[in-house]
Design a protein around this ligand. Structure first.
Ligand SMILES: Nc1ncnc2c1ncn2[C@@H]1O[C@H](COP(=O)(O)OP(=O)(O)OP(=O)(O)O)[C@@H](O)[C@H]1O
Length: 282
């Protein structure tokens, strides 16, 4: 079962469009959704939440169409954006009362336990909280109606590494329940390397790859060599080529080449750069 399935989603603005994108998030997994500024991550997420009207394509959450079953589906989703969208003059205790009216399954005890765990002040106004505190409050708000799916749009952007690490641990704790799933949009690839099971890379409104993180990190390798050496690589081993600082570099499938070729282990960022700047011919 897939927590999220997107088929041929199209949404156009002047000068930008999501171009028939498709990918899925299997239940019980974390999907890292990565792409540079303006690649279309937030637009995709807004379409998934029916906050933006798609032009065509299909979006299924828990196997159900989001447009048709919006209310029922939203009870099972927790959402965290890069900013906390609540009235700034309220405090965390007042937000509890507000959320009780929004979700039938709102669990005040669980919410206050999370605030204590995350060390979020209960009586300070939202506008008086630091950015890290606001994010933690946002996560407590997203978790306390017991969703099965978290949709996170850049939840760690602008935070220092220590708070980012704490926040990633909160998401990993959420994943202890194997029916839970996360879509995690970010351009901080190191965060995704820590938490994601799969990586979907969006570039200029197109999905360039959607693949298991282990395949990307362990099955792919970077080979740096002369044009002559590169011409000896079997065709089926070559994923992408690009011009590096010291000559041509090739992203290869390690199990398709002989051990005589020495390859380096790529990072997610390396792989993204191959797909964006790649495809040069030797
Ligand atoms: N409501 C809108 N009207 C017109 N253009 C829009 C609208 N929303 C987004 N866009 C454009 O769509 C493109 C994709 O934006 P989007 O916010 O989806 O990117 P993103 O990958 O989330 O980027 P970032 O990492 O900077 O948040 C951008 O060029 C943006 O200007």
């Amino acid at each position: 079962m897939n927590a999220i399935e997107i088929h041929d989603l199209h949404k156009g603005f002047e000068g930008f469009s999501l171009k028939d994108i498709s990918f899925s998030v299997p239940q019980g997994t974390v999907m890292g959704f990565v792409g540079e500024n303006g690649a279309g991550k937030s637009t995709t997420i807004k379409c998934m939440l029916n906050l933006l009207k798609k032009e065509y394509g299909e979006i299924l959450l828990f196997g159900k169409d989001i447009v048709e079953y919006e209310l029922a589906i939203k009870n099972d989703i927790g959402v965290v954006f890069d900013e906390l969208h609540v009235p700034e003059t309220l405090n965390a205790t007042q937000l509890d009362k507000f959320m009780k009216r929004v979700f039938k399954t709102w669990d005040s005890n669980y919410y206050f336990e999370r605030l204590t765990q995350f060390k979020v002040p209960k009586r300070k106004k939202v506008k008086e909280l630091s950015r890290g505190m606001r994010m933690k409050l946002s996560i407590a708000l997203a978790l306390s109606h017991h969703p099965k799916l978290l949709i996170l749009d850049e939840p760690t952007s602008g935070l220092d590494p220590i708070i980012r690490d704490e926040i990633l641990d909160l998401f990993l704790a959420f994943m202890q329940d194997e029916t839970h799933s996360i879509l995690f949009s970010s351009h901080i690839t190191s965060d995704l390397e820590k938490i994601a099971d799969y990586i979907t890379f969006i570039h200029n409104g197109e999905i360039l790859f959607s693949e298991s993180k282990d395949v990307l990190l362990y099955d792919y390798g970077i080979f740096k060599g002369t044009n002559e050496e590169i011409s000896e690589l079997p065709e089926q081993a070559i994923i992408q080529k690009r011009e590096g600082t010291f000559g041509l570099e090739v992203l290869v499938l390690k199990n398709e080449i002989s051990e005589a070729f020495t390859v380096e282990r790529p990072t997610i960022e390396d792989i993204m750069l191959f797909f964006v700047k790649g495809s040069v011919q030797p």
